[in-house]
Design a protein around this ligand. Structure first.
Ligand SMILES: Cc1ncc(COP(=O)(O)O)c(C=O)c1O
Length: 356
């Protein structure tokens, strides 16, 4: 039997979240953001499920992820696969032709790469509207070049910096700036601005396409305005050993935890190489047999220890790190990060298993 380090992926919850987001999106299409192996949730499980739900727009990072996804969902049906980070070289441009991929373009040299290999498909143009991350610096010049070369512009895109802070003035400022650019260039071209949190903070700006990622996986994008999403991933390990320790005994590397009274500890067979953040050392909790137990000592590469004093916890018991009973957002908040890093940080050696 293999080591029980498992990310259970609840596809019913994925369907539920997708339907909920569709209702929020209204007449706008959903581009399901499934980059980085569906935020660590396993593309082979996630993409076909969304496809069955009727999703025909997917967002990945690059041509390599796009080619993989095309192989998963098949060539026969029309589904757009958008490369949110665009393309990097000639090989990528060729992959765009071979696998019918739609790159997001931010620089003129990317258009030249496409035309040099004879690409005649669709592209998005991405403009910066205030985040100062990826986006064309000179939208008019990029638009003019794209039109000259005859590639098909399927839409204009931008991305919000502060969507998870509903009242943040940047949200409306970016929306207005994006609209101004689009209206100046070609008002009739389809537009896309919103990620998951944007659906809450700027519901009037859904335009033609919205691009939710994290909400599909069930993590609430805005802390105090829950949409009622369901967690898709439950990350579980197993108790390998139950041990009793005495006052003065230390636990794990660095002896950062010392018992003050007789206590029982459980050694769980998952650690930071599986994606359990080392910053959970002496912080946070896991869920076993219906209740939470605190992490003690440092999280190791393969093991995590918890205090199970006065409990019936035994070797072989299932342990949840986050999911059904402990929200990934709560774990993330505790260690000053976001659920995205927890999901995408899960090690390759953790098996992703369909839970229903
Ligand atoms: C361009 C773009 N659109 C949409 C998304 C999805 O964002 P979220 O997961 O916050 O919904 C991302 C995520 O990083 C992104 O980079």
């Amino acid at each position: 039997m293999s080591r029980p380090a498992i990310a259970q992926i609840n596809l019913d919850h994925l369907r539920y979240n997708y339907r909920l987001l569709k209702r929020r999106a209204g007449s706008s299409k959903i581009m399901a953001v499934v980059k980085a192996n569906a935020y660590g949730h396993e593309q082979y499980l996630v993409a076909p499920t969304l496809f069955e739900e009727g999703c025909r727009n997917f967002g990945v990072t690059d041509a390599s992820e796009g080619s993989e996804l095309r192989a998963i969902i098949g060539e026969s049906e029309t589904a757009a696969i958008t490369l949110l980070s665009g393309l990097f070289d000639m090989d990528d441009a060729e992959l765009c032709i071979d696998h019918n991929l739609t790159p997001v373009i931010t620089e003129s040299h990317q258009i030249k790469l496409l035309t040099s290999v004879g690409f005649s498909g669709e592209i998005w143009l991405k403009f910066d509207s205030g985040m100062n991350r990826l986006g064309a610096e000179n939208p008019a010049a990029l638009f003019a070049l794209a039109r000259q070369t005859g590639v098909n512009i399927c839409g204009f895109m931008s991305h919000l910096a502060c969507a998870d802070e509903v009242e943040h003035p940047m949200n409306l400022a970016q929306a207005n700036s994006f609209l101004e650019i689009c209206n100046h260039l070609a008002p009739e071209t389809p537009k896309s601005l919103l990620n998951s949190a944007g659906l809450i903070s700027l519901p009037d700006y859904t335009f033609e396409v919205v691009r939710p990622g994290i909400a599909l996986y069930g993590a609430e994008p805005v802390a105090d305005q829950a949409m009622g999403l369901k967690p898709v991933m439950t990350l579980t390990g197993e108790v390998m050993q139950r041990r009793d320790i005495q006052p003065g005994d230390a636990v794990s590397y660095g002896a950062s935890f010392t018992a003050e009274q007789p206590m029982s500890i459980a050694v769980i067979g998952m650690g930071y190489a599986d994606g359990i953040p080392r910053s959970l050392s002496n912080k946070g909790a896991v869920f076993i047999r219906g209740r939470k137990y605190p992490v003690i000592g440092r999280v190791c590469m393969d093991y995590t220890m918890v205090d199970i004093s006065n409990s019936e916890v035994q070797a072989g018991d299932k342990v949840e790190f986050w999911g059904e009973h402990i929200s990934a957002n709560d774990v993330a908040t505790l260690i000053d990060t976001i659920s995205y890093t927890l999901f995408t940080g899960i090690g390759e050696r953790v098996r992703r298993v369909r839970a229903c």
